[in-house]
Design a protein around this ligand. Structure first.
Ligand code: DC
Length: 218
C-alpha cells in the first residue's frame, strides 16, 4: 500500500509523514531530500543549476541512498548539507527540469515497488503514484508556515527575520506551483488537510485515522 503526502514547505509534511509511517509500520520516502541531493551535488561539482542538461547529467551520475534518517550521495552522509539555504534554493530550481524529475520519479517508483510506504513530496499523488490508495495534501497558513521555519532555524542557532522567511517561502512556492512539469497541486482524490490549528501529533492522529479506515476497507 502506498500513502502519499504532498503540499508546500512548512506544512508539517515531513514530521507528519515520518510519524505516520512509524505508527502504521510503513517505510518512509522523503522525495524532497532527493531533489536536495541533486542540488547539493550540482553545487559541489560547479554544475549550473539553471542548465537542464548539466543537472540531468549530475542526477544520472550520482547514487542517492537513505540510511535511517540520513540521506547519502555516493555513500557520503549529506543530511545537513542538503538543508542549507543554498541547497534549498538550488533544489527548487533543479526540480523545475523535466529530465531531472523523470529520473527521480523513476527512482521513487523503484524504491516503492512492492512495499508498504509513505511517500512525501510535491507530486507523489499526482505524478509518481497516481494509483496510490491513500493521498493527502497538507496546507497551512503562510505566516504560520514561516513561523514554524523560524522556530526550526532558531533551534539550530540561526535568527532570521520573519519577513525574510515569508519572502523566500513565497518565491519557492511560486516556483513549485507554476513550473510546467508536475506543478504543486492536490490530486483530485487527495484528502486536503489544513494543519494550521493542529500540533504535529494532532496531524499524525488525523492521517492515521484516514489510513486505518482505508486499510480496513481493502
Ligand atoms: O520538501 P523539500 O523542501 O525538502 O523539497 C525541496 C525542493 O524540492 C522543493 O523546492 C520542492 C522540490 N520537490 C519537488 O519538486 N518534488 C518533490 N516530490 C519533492 C520536492
Amino acid at each position: 500500500m502506498i500513502v502519499t503526502i504532498d503540499g508546500p514547505a512548512g506544512t508539517g509534511k515531513s514530521t507528519a509523514a515520518r510519524g505516520l509511517a512509524q505508527r502504521i509500520g510503513f517505510d518512509f520516502l522523503d522525495t524532497g531530500a532527493m531533489y536536495r541531493a541533486v542540488a547539493w551535488a550540482c553545487l559541489q561539482r560547479g554544475a549550473d543549476v539553471h542548465a537542464p542538461d548539466a543537472v540531468a547529467s549530475v542526477a544520472a551520475a550520482i547514487n542517492i541512498g537513505f540510511s535511517g534518517r540520513s540521506t547519502l550521495v555516493d555513500g557520503l552522509d549529506v543530511s545537513s548539507e542538503i538543508r542549507s539555504p543554498e541547497s534549498s534554493r538550488a533544489a527548487s530550481i533543479v526540480a523545475q527540469h523535466p529530465a531531472v524529475r523523470s529520473q527521480l520519479v523513476q527512482q521513487q517508483q523503484r524504491i516503492a515497488a512492492s512495499r508498504n510506504i509513505v511517500c512525501e513530496g510535491r507530486d507523489q499523488g499526482t505524478v509518481a503514484f497516481p494509483q496510490a490508495e491513500c493521498k493527502f495534501f497538507l496546507t497551512a497558513d503562510a505566516r504560520e508556515r514561516a513561523l514554524r521555519r523560524q522556530q526550526e532555524l532558531a533551534a539550530a542557532g540561526q535568527q532570521v527575520p520573519l519577513d525574510e522567511l515569508i519572502a523566500e517561502q513565497t518565491a519557492r512556492d511560486d516556483r513549485d506551483a507554476n513550473r510546467e512539469v508536475a506543478p504543486l497541486r492536490p490530486a483530485d482524490d487527495a484528502i486536503v488537510i489544513d494543519t494550521t490549528p493542529y500540533g504535529a501529533e494532532g496531524v499524525i492522529d488525523l492521517l492515521e485515522q484516514h489510513v486505518r479506515l482505508r486499510m480496513a476497507a481493502r
